[in-house]
Design a protein around this ligand. Structure first.
Ligand code: MSP
Length: 704
């Protein structure tokens, strides 16, 4: 671990050196391919958590790195026609570069090909062998190189020779090997889980793990008969230690265990982050059992998130995005795309991607990754909601560029702020960044609403200087607080917001309590130059199908984002003037039309089509919703969630023709993906009445 250095004349505070670090880890990633936005998600979640803990006054220690001894790594090198070592060095470097781009500020980049790691892995093997927890035997069964996992017969489809869980190819192996006595730890593990309710996060995964242990844990094969790449079994050069047994030990090896006197300032880890596929079997079962066998304390929290899914263009099904199958985009290309489309600097686009990854990845379930959704989040949550708060007030240049003295505090608004702070904090107890950001956005929304309602421009026109001062102070103070809350996820944007407010270090180490208390802005402080942080992306030019003034897509609903519907705050000094950030709501339509009208071009962006209902069923626990499978033309079958269950029986629907919006941003409603929306009228009793064509037409026909 990093050693602390102090100037020789400075007194060293021993108790400070002894303090336990708040130890955060990501998985160490296989170096069989470059990191994509999926791997970036876990690293960004860990980075945001480290930044948050630092703000809270902890001393985080953040580990990431690469898992290099796997067979799939040597196979990837072979496939690329490369020697393993230079290949591994190069791919590992791509991770380093990607995390640098993504502003992930780790303390150590751990590589399992390093000598110190080999030594500790061999040490663990030797100790457990001496204790009888590692013993020789013969293994016969299945192995998947893609998953680097041994599977039981019942886990495998023998006719296709694939693993049922992942669909990966498996091979039959029979070899003399060493086993780890995992079976001996089932009961102790279960007891630990039951007595430490926040060990396994979220609860759904905890239940999965308990069920997995309940099935009975099997001793696990931890060596493979080969030589060359990998960590040798001590004294047996023809055997290599199984890559998972090797890789998990990285977390402990970093602490300097067993020799370094201060290894317990790092170990046990406070939180291991990972995706769900390596949760149950490895991080929540094998790893804690290995630690128990070594007599070491277990990590405090093991957090597993769902996957990003992408649409398979062939089957149209949503599948896990991966390095080898249907690919997720690379962070570099995604950031570049945002830069090209928004004109914002790289650091701001990195922030926007970080925001989307943290906001929309789900702990309990999977979520769809889409560039359209990223752009919608950018325009709606960042350009419109967050950008608005600060820019509108600053741009008006009231009070000659200084923070005004308020006439008092607005209790309703300070209550919203306090609630946002406590909701944010509570969400992060569960490591739920999506929920934390939602809590922060309740403040952002309330601030925009506050300004729109108080109309400081009218107050200014009426000469109510004190009134303007109060509103402006509140808007700016709220923006400061919001900037503190978003700073772990949007570090560059938050710093820029701080600079605009005249604050040099907005969210400094250990300042959580002061920083989140209302009233931090000091009247009279000069404020910086207002510049729109997130220039809007004009989606009209893109044809992405993303509505320009798109509502903030809230999980599980199609409700409009009220914040983005608020009238925008026009500065008195420049009435009616619009900028990139002062959006369409202010722009006067030509020819004296009202702002409620749409142009023919606006309408043309909405693809209305005829579809045919194939099947319909109720959604458990949602009495208004039906899940429909619909055909929107040749080869375009989709799933749609419709709120018509109180008006139509599912059995009456198959075969009917309906009208749908075919290019609506997909949404997850009550955990079910919906790819479009049907059109219905509402009758006088509030029932939904489906629209249908006057005569049958082919599914997919355009409606205009
Ligand atoms: N080397 C092992 C981990 C060893 S840890 C001791 C490994 N590596 S991996 O390269 O396959 O990375 C897996 C991790 O990448 C997941 O746990 C998750 O953090 C991330 N993701 C990979 N694909 C992902 C998605 N499609 N969606 C979300 N996260 C994804 O497993």
């Amino acid at each position: 671990m990093l050693t602390m250095t102090a100037a020789p004349t400075e007194a060293v505070n021993d108790s400070f050196l002894d303090t336990k670090r708040y130890y955060i880890t990501t998985p160490i990633y296989y170096v069989n391919g470059a990191p994509h936005v999926g791997t970036a998600t876990t690293t960004v979640l860990a980075d945001a958590t480290a930044r948050y803990r630092r703000l809270r006054g902890d001393r985080p220690y953040f580990l990431t790195g690469t898992d290099e001894n796997a067979r799939k790594v040597t196979e990837a090198a072979e496939k690329a026609g490369r020697e393993t070592l230079p290949f591994v060095d190069e791919v590992s470097q791509r991770f380093v570069e990607t995390w640098k781009l993504m502003n992930c500020d780790y303390d150590v980049f751990f590589r399992t090909t390093e000598a110190r790691h080999r030594r500790i892995v061999q040490e663990v093997f030797t100790r457990l062998k001496a204790a009888g927890d590692v013993y020789p035997g013969v293994y016969e069964g299945w192995y998947s190189v893609a998953d680097e996992t041994f599977f039981r017969d019942t886990d495998v489809d023998e006719t296709t020779q694939t693993a049922k869980e992942s669909g990966a190819k498996v091979e039959r192996v029979r070899e003399d090997t060493y086993f780890f006595r995992l079976s001996a730890y089932g009961d102790r593990l279960k007891a630990h889980i039951l007595t430490h309710p926040d060990f396994l996060v979220p609860d759904t995964r905890r239940n999965e793990v308990l069920a997995f242990i309940e099935q009975g844990l099997r001793d696990i094969n931890i060596t493979q008969n080969r030589s060359g790449w990998g960590i040798e079994v001590p004294g047996e050069p023809n055997k290599i230690i199984y890559v998972w047994f090797d890789a998990l030990i990285n977390y402990l090896a970093e602490s300097g265990w067993p020799d370094a006197p201060d290894w317990d300032t790092l170990w046990p880890a406070n939180v291991h982050f990972m995706g769900k596929e390596i949760y149950t079997r490895f991080h929540a079962t094998l790893w804690p059992a290995m630690l128990m066998a070594l007599g070491l304390p277990l990590p405090q929290h093991v957090v597993g998130h769902g996957w990003w899914l992408v649409r398979d263009p062939k089957t149209l099904a949503f599948v896990k995005g991966s390095k080898s199958g249907i690919q997720l985009p690379l962070p570099q290309e995604t950031v570049q795309l945002l830069q090209e489309r928004s004109g914002a600097p790289e650091a701001i686009c990195v922030d926007a991607l970080r925001y989307y990854l943290c906001r929309d990845i789900q702990l309990q379930s999977d979520a769809e990754f889409s560039v359209e959704m990223l752009i919608t989040r950018y325009n709606s949550d960042l350009a419109n909601d967050l950008g608005n708060v600060l820019n509108r007030v600053l741009r008006a240049k009231y009070f000659e560029g200084t923070i005004p003295q308020p006439g008092g505090f607005d209790d309703a608004l300070t209550a919203v702020a306090a609630q946002a702070v406590s909701g944010y904090k509570a969400a992060l107890e569960r490591f739920d960044w999506g929920a934390a950001l939602q809590a922060a956005w309740t403040l952002v929304g309330a601030l925009n609403k506050y300004v729109a309602e108080k109309e400081p421009w009218t107050l200014a026109r009426n000469g109510d200087t004190q009134g303007v001062a109060t509103v402006v102070y509140h808007a700016l103070e709220g923006a400061r607080l919001a900037a503190v809350l978003v700073s772990p996820v949007l570090p560059s944007a938050a710093a820029a917001m701080g600079a605009q407010l005249g604050i040099a270090n907005l969210a400094a180490e250990g300042t959580w309590s002061e920083a989140t208390r209302w009233g931090g802005l000091v009247p009279g402080t000069p404020i910086g130059e207002p510049t729109p942080l997130f220039p809007r992306i004009d989606t009209r030019a893109l044809g992405t199908g993303t509505a320009d003034a798109a509502p903030s897509p809230k999980k599980g609903s199609r409700t409009m984002n009220t914040a983005s519907q608020e009238p925008t705050f026009a500065p008195v000094a420049e009435p009616g003037k619009t900028t990139a950030a002062s959006d369409s709501a202010l722009a006067k339509p030509e020819g004296g039309g009202s702002s409620d009208t749409v142009t023919i071009d606006d309408f043309a962006r909405i693809q209305l089509k005829i579809a045919e209902i194939l099947t319909a069923e109720r959604i458990e626990g949602a009495k208004k919703l039906l899940r429909l499978r619909i055909r929107v033309g040749e080869g375009d079958d989709r799933q749609l969630v419709a709120g018509i269950a109180e008006s139509y029986a599912p059995e009456d629907l198959p075969g009917r023709q309906i009208v749908v919006i075919a290019n609506l941003q997909p949404a997850t409603i009550r955990g079910v993906q919906s790819q479009g929306m049907l059109l219905a009228a509402t009758d006088s009793e509030g029932r939904a009445i489906l629209l249908k064509p006057d005569a049958p037409v082919a599914p997919g026909s355009k409606v205009r």
